[in-house]
Design a protein around this ligand. Structure first.
Ligand SMILES: [Zn+2]
Length: 116
């Protein structure tokens, strides 16, 4: 995916989240990542999304993350999660991750991670 494609994808994701949640939501960064263990994925750094939003719209958010990872990496994610602020109230990011063999087996996540 080229520069324009990624920029447009970020804009489209923001538009869909605003529509889904019915309030001003910002995707301040769309990140495609690779970890030392072999996991890859896509992450949306977000503003103005709270824990309750992701609990209510879990299925929709999984669908959205699956599409992002399929579009950018050509694979379906194995893991979906939201990362929370230490207060556990605000959502910092939403992630779809294609797990490596190790993480696929025993992914538990840290205390600030809410599985979707
Ligand atoms: Zn891994």
């Amino acid at each position: 995916m080229n520069q324009r494609g990624l920029v447009e994808l970020r804009r489209e994701l923001e538009r869909r989240l605003v529509e889904l949640l019915g309030k001003p939501v910002h995707v301040v960064q769309l990140t495609i990542f690779a970890l030392p263990c072999g996991c890859v994925g896509a992450s949306l750094e977000v503003r103005n999304i709270v824990r309750e939003d992701v609990e209510v719209f879990k299925d929709h958010l999984r669908d959205l993350l699956r599409e992002v990872v399929e579009w950018t990496l050509g694979k379906k994610p194995d893991l979906y999660y939201a990362r929370l602020t230490p207060s556990g109230y605000d959502v910092v990011s939403l992630t779809g991750r294609v797990a490596c063999d190790e993480c696929g087996k025993d992914f538990k996540g840290a205390a600030d991670v809410l599985p979707l």
